[in-house]
Design a protein around this ligand. Structure first.
Ligand code: AKG
Ligand code: FE2
Length: 350
């Protein structure tokens, strides 16, 4: 089989047609340094029901924990989030059915432009300018404020609409807590980021079984562009987050949502909360699937550090940029690598 970027990883993995591992899948930039198998601290857990309906004491404890999770980790798990397990199960079923479609049918969804609302692809966006192909197929679609979805399988659209609405609700609640943790009004981020028309991008990632998982990479080290990304997986681990210079394996507790901070939380908080650096490794003999739902400001919002967080001691560390322009820069010029350096005020590197 010809190993070109246009061939899905699923088709390649299923063909089993390797005499030696193809060099264009061998990833060397980000050496596969092992994550610490037994880290001293574990990833924080936030009980959302205490944030939304706990006592005043419980609420202030959770807000404190949430602030600490954002500041110290950039990743945390949310339990009692209210998104039904059955709905999550249906989402995975739909995504599996999508990836199981014949190649020609999936290719109908290949976008031409990086901001096309539905994009099926392999490796990473705009990968053709890079030499390494990552061990991942994806389908990405915009679900808010306008809703798009592939029309195959037939119930994909209904299920993903229900799922993304449920997640938007969770994100808006979390961002109330994040606002208070920054010393701002609870509705601050919701208003400043125009979350009523906030941009949501749903990405389903498929990482098929790999004959040499130690040589390949699913998604290399990166940060996400939005405010918060909500991630769930099909029970197979592979997400790692960089903490204090070391990769930490994320092992979600049952029925939790994994949340990571994105670039626009870093900008808005004037660098108090950093955008989480993470990657997806290939480890398993079985297929891994993850659903990453990026939740950002509205596309027209010009994001700057919150004025309340800027003073003589803490000058603004980032220049304002419209979120849409940020995305265009990220995807068309920078091939999905972090854009933060472009908005960071260089005299204020933290
Ligand atoms: O599959 C994962 O665990 C990570 C996915 C991810 O980082 C992304 O889609 O941006
Ligand atoms: Fe990511």
């Amino acid at each position: 089989m010809a190993l070109t970027g246009a061939t899905s990883i699923k088709a390649i993995a299923e063909s089993g047609d390797f005499t030696s591992f193809p060099s264009n899948y061998t990833f060397t930039n980000d050496p596969h340094n092992e994550a610490d198998p037994d880290p001293e601290e574990s990833i924080p857990i936030i009980d959302l029901s205490l944030l939304t309906s706990g006592s005043a004491d419980q609420r202030s404890k959770i807000i404190h924990d949430l602030g600490e999770a954002c500041q110290e980790w950039g990743v945390f798990m949310v339990i009692n989030h209210g998104v039904p397990e059955s709905l999550i199960g249906k989402m995975f079923d739909c995504c599996q059915q999508f990836f199981d479609l014949p190649e020609e049918e999936k290719k109908e969804f290949q976008g031409k432009h990086v901001l096309d609302p539905i994009r099926y692809g392999t490796s990473v966006d705009n990968f053709s300018n890079g030499k390494v192909v990552f061990w991942r197929d994806f389908i990405k679609f915009f679900v808010h404020p306008e809703f798009y979805s592939p029309n195959k399988p037939p119930n994909f659209s209904d299920i993903s609409m229900e799922y993304s609405k449920g997640i938007h609700q969770v994100v808006r609640e979390l961002l109330k807590g994040v606002s208070v943790s920054l010393g701002l009004e609870a509705s601050y981020i919701d208003n400043a980021m125009n979350l009523e028309s906030g941009f949501q991008l749903l990405a389903a990632n498929l990482y098929p079984p790999c004959p040499k998982p130690e040589l390949a990479m699913g998604i290399p080290s990166h940060t996400d562009h939005g405010l918060l990304t909500i991630l769930i997986q099909n029970g197979v681990d592979g997400l790692q987050v960089l903490r204090k210079g070391k990769w930490v394996n994320v092992k979600p507790v049952p029925n939790s949502l994994v949340v990571n901070t994105g670039d626009h939380i870093e900008i808005l908080s004037n660098g108090k909360y950093k955008s989480a650096v993470h990657r997806a490794v290939i480890k398993s003999e079985v297929a891994r699937m993850s659903l990453a739902l990026a939740n950002g400001p509205s596309l027209d919002t010009v994001v700057t550090p919150a004025i309340e967080l800027v003073d003589e001691e803490n000058s603004a560390g980032y220049v304002g940029m419209k979120y849409k322009e940020y995305l265009e820069l990220l995807y068309s010029k920078l091939s999905g690598q972090s854009c933060l350096d472009h908005v960071r005020v260089s005299s204020n590197l933290k």
